[in-house]
Design a protein around this ligand. Structure first.
Ligand code: ZN
Ligand code: ZN
Length: 155
């Protein structure tokens, strides 16, 4: 997997929580939904979907945040409150990691964008595949295969 130049290191805004990514992402996504706009205070969220065993918190303490009626568990730095990653029973052990936390995120380009139905005007992500809401579950395998082949990788 040398083309991915792994492992990658990541930290939160204050540097308390340090993480390591040691497996290639399955897909890179941008989500324009209203929930992600509120979570990030930005126009959309960026996600690298990682296999759970390719991700570890090396150092620092996290806490759950953004609590609401959802099964998703959003993990935050206890100190600076940066949104770091998300786990959920429906992800089956995968981790939705926030690539903006990488020490080098300069290569990250979403391959799929979701909820363009709620996208703010003027926002362009450059994603190859766009969906009005989330991609239908049966589409993921094809999207992951496409990402493995054509998705952006570290330069
Ligand atoms: Zn979203
Ligand atoms: Zn922090």
């Amino acid at each position: 997997m040398s083309e991915w130049k792994l492992p990658w290191s990541a930290q939160c805004l204050c540097g308390q929580v340090k993480r390591r990514v040691s497996a290639p992402p399955l897909v890179a996504m941008a989500c324009h939904c209203k929930g992600c706009q509120r979570l990030t205070s930005g126009a959309y969220s960026l996600t690298l979907m990682l296999p759970g065993d390719g991700f570890e918190v090396l150092e620092g303490e996290t806490e759950p945040g953004a609590l609401r009626r959802s099964e998703s568990r959003h993990h935050y730095c206890v100190q600076c409150k940066s949104w770091l990653y998300t786990t959920a029973p429906s992800l089956g052990g995968l981790v939705n990691f926030r690539p903006t936390m990488l020490d080098d995120a300069s290569w990250v380009q979403p391959y799929v964008e979701s909820y363009v139905s709620e996208k703010l005007p003027g926002v362009v992500t450059g994603a190859t595949h766009s969906f009005a809401q989330f991609p239908p579950p049966e589409k993921y395998q094809e999207l992951m295969a496409g990402f493995a082949r054509d998705g952006a990788k570290p330069a």
